[in-house]
Write a protein that binds this ligand. Structure first.
Ligand code: RTP
Ligand code: MG
Length: 163
């Protein structure tokens, strides 16, 4: 897939590293299709982290992710999911490779600076959760590298039929 979901977590936002992380995203050839800053509610965080609900540290994860503003992004690049996972590095910053975002800006496994979708399926769920309007849009870059949005015509027809 050409798109993935990325989040700069509260620890990195608090440490004033958002700009440096965004710089790395752009320097590594990702197009930022959407970007928004805000603080998640407990309900939003629980939905977002629902797959981890059985983990012993689930409560800590939720408290940490709602502890301050996050920056959420829809990123575009060829093979975006894997490319973004490669750039962020291993979950534990201590294990992350040199030059990765978590190596540079993560301070512990719970404060690891960024999140990235782990599969195409997860990316679709997470993009749909934060940027629902993107899901029924087609978008691509024109010759100048500008994003062009086009409504998905099939979806429109379906909507018309239902009305
Ligand atoms: P993420 O979802 O945030 O991109 O991280 P990930 O795929 O590399 O790791 P995942 O297994 O999905 O874990 C989600 C987040 O849970 C926190 N964690 N804490 N205390 C611990 O042992 C522990 N293990 C994981 C991390 O903040 C991780 O990003
Ligand atoms: Mg994960």
């Amino acid at each position: 897939m050409e798109y993935t979901f990325a989040m700069i977590k509260p620890d990195a936002v608090r440490a004033k590293n958002s700009g440096k992380i965004i710089d790395m995203i752009e320097a590594n050839g990702f197009e930022i299709v959407r970007m928004e800053k805000g603080t998640l509610t407990k309900d939003e965080a629980s939905t977002f982290y629902a797959v981890h609900e059985k983990r012993p540290f689930f409560g800590e994860m939720i408290e940490s992710i709602i502890s301050g503003p996050v920056v959420v992004m829809a990123l575009q690049k060829e093979n975006a999911v894997q490319a973004w996972r490669d750039l962020i590095g291993a979950t534990d910053p201590a294990q992350a490779a040199e030059g990765t975002i978590r190596k540079k800006f993560g301070t512990s496994i719970g404060n690891n600076a960024v999140h990235g979708s782990d599969s195409d399926e997860t990316a679709e769920l997470e993009l749909g959760f934060f940027f629902p309007d993107l899901m029924d849009m087609e978008f691509e870059l024109d010759d100048e590298g500008e994003i062009m949005f086009e409504a998905d015509e099939d979806e429109d027809e379906e909507d018309t039929d239902e009305d």
